[in-house]
Ligand binder design. Sequence first.
Ligand code: FES
Length: 143
Amino acid sequence: MRQTPKSKGGVSDCKLVILESFDHQTVLFAFGSNLRIMVQINYIEHGGAKWTVEIAEGISLMEGALKYRIPGIDGDCGGACACATCHVYVDPDWFDRLPAMNELERGMLKFASETRQYSRLACQIKAAPALNGLTVTIPQSQY
Ligand code: FES
């Protein structure tokens, strides 16, 4: 029996689902699955407005902010670590759980305004299950 995909249950976003019956057991085959783990990220605007959104694992926090049109993160260089328009302050409780900053990011942060101890570039932080619930604040200078 062949079906077109439905947007219910654990097979959403599959391009093709095939149900076959073998010896009275039904087996589900899913091809072209786009299933991705979603990670909850909290963005806090300078004025205090809080955005809690879900972005897919592997997507950067800059890309996530653009997707949801969160003000204050422009991402002018498209994530090439060349503009610092994605500068954020990471919640101190989360800072040490992030992947280490590389020299390129460290250098670009020198061009950002109002940097602090917990500054990072959102384009260099990829959503991952270990970061579920991460909170970042957007600096005043980016408004
Ligand atoms: S988007 Fe340009 S440095 Fe992050």
